[in-house]
Design a protein around this ligand. Structure first.
Ligand code: 8DG
Ligand code: MN
Ligand code: MN
Length: 431
């Protein structure tokens, strides 16, 4: 009679890549609880345990309806003993004791806060935690020597922890497109990561860049980054490319399946107005009462960023009004959302994490599949490939170990077909 009883007899496949996992599902209370435990395991560098909780959560995300009682879970895969215990507790009591203890634990809170700093991983955070550093402020006061990524991470801590919205992602996409087309016309830019899966917010924005003429994409990242830097769009960037590009005497290019994509981890400086639209470079901005001109400048004090193109401006000393007006042909209102930012007063831009990847055209489908995520979906695809098909899948290629050959693909659909899987569209890869 219970509406959910038929769940038990519905057969649910055990790999997340065999299932449709939409963004919105029916069991968020349960999956939130399991995600906390997964996160805690990952922060404690217990990867296996983390994956077990993630798999259990992903299974629940794929169910067509809300689970109301533990009896509905009979026969379902992916639910280990520990996950089942947590699920039952939440179903019966509304909360799990272990989850509550975790979220309130000083260590969990500190590890989350510290790994929330761009450039800080679990190992480093744990070391700091043991030294009594629990917050970004503690870290700042500690006088620890930080690397360039961590300095940027600390500087833009608050805003990098604000979700990036879809309009902001679109605005970043327009900038990336301008940059890419300025240095290589005909190149193609694809939004990947969570936004491609239909998420409305993200922790960053991810793009994949390629060019239909194989080879034209070589060395592209460097040029794109130079263009973006010259235009003042980058607050931070770390580009990794093929080493042979750095010097003519470098090692020969490895086989195409072995090489690693040119990649750029960056922090963009995104000008924003109320709608999250990007304001064109060079727009003059003035305060509402017209008394004070605010030219969009970097307010950071890090000498490693572009002090040459953007003179430092200390705005904390004379805070600006809440609303700015863009002076020009079409005056626009600009509102501040980031007045609390550490190193600057209110201003008309925000820092956004952006990942750029360049792939050769022949590997594009693999790169697209590999960088669309979710992370668990990717992991499950590779696990399926190895254990069920004796194939090796990467973001570069698919290798058939029985036939000892690479399998070509020019679309994600072809890759799923090679793997003997039903095609799962990006919006259903939210495992
Ligand atoms: P979010 O940003 O909205 O929080 O979620 P996301 O977009 O799904 O997460 P992400 O951390 O931006 O990662 C997006 C995808 O990129 C994810 O499927 C994993 C993949 N990815 C990395 N790093 C690497 C890497 O080094 N190699 C490959 N092949 N893929 C990677 O994040
Ligand atoms: Mn992302
Ligand atoms: Mn990313």
């Amino acid at each position: 009679e219970k509406p959910g009883l038929e769940l038990a007899v519905v057969s649910v496949p055990s790999y997340a890549c065999q299932r449709h996992t939409p963004l919105l599902h029916h069991n968020t209370t349960l999956t939130d609880a399991l995600s906390i435990l997964a996160e805690n395991a990952e922060l404690g560098e217990n990867e296996g345990r983390g994956v077990a909780f993630r798999r259990a959560a992903a299974l629940l995300k794929s169910l067509p309806q809300e689970v109301r009682g533990a009896e509905q879970l009979r026969g379902l895969p992916c639910l280990g003993e520990h996950s089942l215990r947590v699920i039952k507790e939440v179903l019966e009591d509304g909360v799990s004791h272990e989850v509550e203890t975790t979220t309130h634990s000083e260590q969990f809170k500190a590890m989350k806060a510290l790994t929330g700093i761009f450039g800080v991983g679990a190992k480093t955070a744990d070391r700091w935690f043991r030294e009594g550093i629990h917050t970004p402020s503690d870290l700042q006061r500690s006088g620890h020597t930080l690397n360039r990524a961590q300095r940027a991470g600390l500087q833009y801590y608050d805003e990098l922890n604000l979700p990036v919205t879809k309009p902001e992602a679109v605005a970043i996409g327009q900038i990336v497109e301008r940059a890419v087309h300025a240095v290589l016309p005909g190149a193609e830019i694809t939004l990947i990561g969570g936004f491609r899966r239909g998420k409305q917010t993200g922790h960053d924005v991810d793009f994949l860049i390629t060019h239909p003429d194989e080879g034209r994409e070589e060395g592209l990242m460097r040029k794109v980054v130079s263009w973006l830097e010259a235009q003042g769009f980058l607050l931070y960037q770390k580009t990794t490319g093929n080493s042979y590009l750095e010097s003519k005497e470098g090692p020969a290019r490895p086989a195409s399946n072995m090489d690693r994509f040119e990649r750029c981890f960056s922090i963009f400086r995104l000008r924003t107005d109320n709608e999250g639209r990007e304001i064109q470079t060079g727009t003059e901005i003035q305060t509402g009462d017209g008394s004070q001109t605010y030219s969009p400048t970097l307010t950071n004090t890090d000498p490693h960023t572009h002090s040459d193109t953007h003179p430092h401006t200390k705005t904390d000393s004379h805070p600006l009004p809440q609303t700015l007006v863009v002076v020009g042909d079409h005056a626009q209102k600009v509102s501040w959302v980031l007045g609390h930012s550490q190193c600057s007063g209110p201003r008309s831009w925000r820092a956004v994490r952006v990942d750029l990847v360049v792939s050769p055209y022949s590997q594009f489908a693999f790169a697209l599949l590999g960088w669309t995520g979710s992370k668990l979906f990717e992991r499950e695809l590779r696990r399926w490939a190895v254990h069920e098909k004796a194939m090796t899948l990467s973001s570069h290629a698919l290798y058939d170990r029985k036939r000892t050959q690479y399998l070509r693909a020019s679309s994600e659909e072809e890759i799923f077909a090679h793997l003997g899987l039903e095609y799962i569209p990006p919006c259903d890869r939210n495992a």
